[in-house]
Design a binder for this molecule. Structure first.
Ligand code: NA7
Length: 546
């Protein structure tokens, strides 16, 4: 991970107030590509980024074991054939440091750095109805004026700390997985506690266990995890694979999630085959395919509860077979619908509980009451710890946008408009907030897809829209209230026909106390892309152009 502050980037001090065509917030996959596209159509644009390095999610989540759950050859840009031919991924699933080096490479290769302003957190934005421009302010008090404001703020960028009293009192080392310190944490011979067993916890637990004197995992809800099946990529295989890179991209476009066409979703229904066939299929997916693609075993796993539970039971059997202590295995047993929360993918997660230096504390019925100077307390019992890792997730999809004081027409605050849940058309815009674009915002397929491929599509669509506005002399574009209400209804109707609403996932905002329970992603990339194409073809139907 980059620890240095790059001298080619503008610093907060050197960047004067000014006027731009577009301000982009965030220097992750979305923001970097947006900058490239806007430059390509002749706009002046800058990225404002809170971190002191580029990379977004992949900058902040540098905890041990952080790794993507979509294959590296798929989780990468496809806009440049030269880029995808030149870059060589070393593993089937890329680690965080490798993804960050890739983004550094892209930033330099396309000369993006000179328009990235690091260490600058955008704190507010106000729309001026007379000029149809945004006045954007950062927390160091600078103001920049721009026609377009583009939120490339990511779906998982606002970390969530549970409201447990005493966190500041702890005298040892502690960190959130989503804001990992650049210098890391030293677990060697330490007593470590990890709170949370979602994807981040499941990725870091096996690695911390290898270093710590003792690791205690505090688990509220057990998650389903499937072996990732990660391995080093053979350079010979990679060379051959690249002969048809665009073929893979095309085949992926036809899939619901924009990835995994090499192991397509089985079109059969789980309960229409024999138990033996089912077991063989699940075993094949578990052993030979791995990771998220396990859920492609049958077409109805995310729509039929009975079908779902055949896959869930298969995973529970694997946990029983792996974890030696039956009581620990029982505590690790998830009971919800598999896939309802994002499926976790791991390397040696369940095996880790067979180590003598690892213990599992179930806190479902007796929550952590207090963080103390020396550890934490549950009821009468105190746990002495040297390090605490908070793997407690994110205020997903809306958190980063809501943290900025965005005021649209008539001074309306976006947070007020979204008080009962995000209202957004195509995941890209919201009525009352002209010239504001959210890249892969709520209402976009985003987190249920291969993010990079969805980002590329979305950024491309926004760039084309801006080009259209410019070439037809429009100064503003704004979603109509009718279009956004229809879209929100469609997002919800599709989700309601699946098992996604049946558990407390971050897709629904249910992991954040008090957050409205609304399913945010649009399910299905191909229909989404079709809809976007249709909207553009119709001269941006569902939008008012001024
Ligand atoms: P997740 O998946 O939201 O997991 C957060 C974990 O933290 C989860 O196990 C939570 O339990 C747990 N949690 C949250 N609050 C508490 C409290 N108060 N006490 C104990 N445990 C708590 O976040 P991740 O960072 O792991 O993964 C997010 C996404 O990043 C992931 O889906 C991938 O797409 C990449 P709960 O389940 O709420 O009971």
């Amino acid at each position: 991970m980059s620890t240095k502050f790059d001298s080619n980037s503008e610093t907060a001090a050197s960047n004067a107030q000014g006027s731009l065509d577009a301000v982009i917030v965030g220097a992750g996959f979305s923001g970097l590509f947006m900058l490239h596209k806007l430059r390509g159509i002749g706009l002046s644009a800058k990225i404002y980024e809170a971190g002191d390095g580029i990379g977004g999610t992949w900058y902040w989540n540098s905890y041990p074991g952080a790794r993507c759950d979509v294959q590296s050859v798929e989780y990468s840009y496809q806009f440049s054939e030269d880029l995808q031919q030149d870059w060589n991924w070393s593993e089937r699933y890329a680690s965080q440091p490798e993804i960050l080096s890739y983004l550094e490479h892209v930033t330099d290769r396309f000369d993006l750095r000179r328009d990235v302003v690091l260490k600058t957190r955008v704190s507010g934005a106000e729309f001026d109805e007379k000029s149809n421009r945004w006045k954007v302010t950062s927390d160091d008090g600078r103001v920049v004026d721009a026609q377009f404001l583009i939120m490339a703020t990511g779906a998982l960028s606002t970390i969530f700390y549970p409201d447990i009293p005493g966190r500041e009192a702890f005298k040892g080392q502690s960190a959130h997985t989503g804001a990992w310190p650049l210098e890391g944490l030293d677990f060697q011979d330490k007593r470590v506690g990890v709170i949370g067993t979602g994807s981040s916890g499941i990725q870091c637990i096996p690695i911390i266990a290898e270093q710590a004197e003792h690791l205690t995992v505090f688990q509220r809800t057990p998650a389903y995890s499937v072996p990732a099946g990660n391995y080093d990529l053979d350079p010979g295989w990679l060379t051959e694979f690249k002969n048809d890179y665009s073929g893979l991209r095309e085949r992926n476009e036809a899939t619901m999630g924009g990835f995994g066409s090499d192991h397509p979703v089985n079109t059969e229904l789980a309960l229409q085959v024999s138990e033996k066939e089912r077991e063989d299929q699940y075993q094949h997916r578990w052993q030979n395919v791995g990771g998220l693609l396990f859920l492609g075993a049958y077409a109805d796993l995310l729509t039929d509860p009975a079908a779902n539970q055949t896959a869930a039971e298969f995973v529970r059997q694997k946990i029983r077979a792996t974890v030696i202590d039956p009581e620990v295995a029982e505590r690790l047993m998830p009971t919800t619908m598999i896939g309802c929360k994002r499926l976790c993918t791991d390397t040696n997660y369940y095996e880790t509980y067979n180590r003598a230096n690892v213990s599992l504390v179930d806190i479902k019925d007796s929550p952590i009451e207090e963080i103390t100077e020396t550890g934490l307390r549950i009821g009468e019992k105190s746990y002495d710890l040297d390090c605490i890792v908070f793997a407690t997730g994110f205020d997903a999809m809306t958190g980063a946008i809501s943290n900025i004081d965005i005021r649209g027409k008539g001074g309306t605050r976006l947070t007020d408009k979204w008080a009962d849940g995000p209202i957004n058309y195509l995941g890209v815009g919201t009525a009352g907030f002209p010239n504001l674009f959210t890249i892969v915002g709520p209402g976009n397929p985003s987190v249920l897809t291969n993010m990079v491929c969805t980002i590329e599509h979305h950024v491309g669509w926004v760039a084309e829209c801006i080009e259209y506005l410019r070439s037809n002399s429009f100064s503003a574009i704004e979603v109509t209230p009718a279009a956004e209400l229809d879209w929100v209804a469609e997002v919800n109707a599709i989700a309601a026909s699946t098992l996604f609403p049946t558990c407390n996932s971050w897709y629904l905002g249910a992991n954040i106390p008090g957050k409205p329970r609304v399913f945010m992603p649009y399910l299905g990339l191909p229909p989404y892309r079709e809809k976007c194409a249709e909207v553009a073809k119709e001269g941006y139907s569902g939008f008012d152009l001024t």
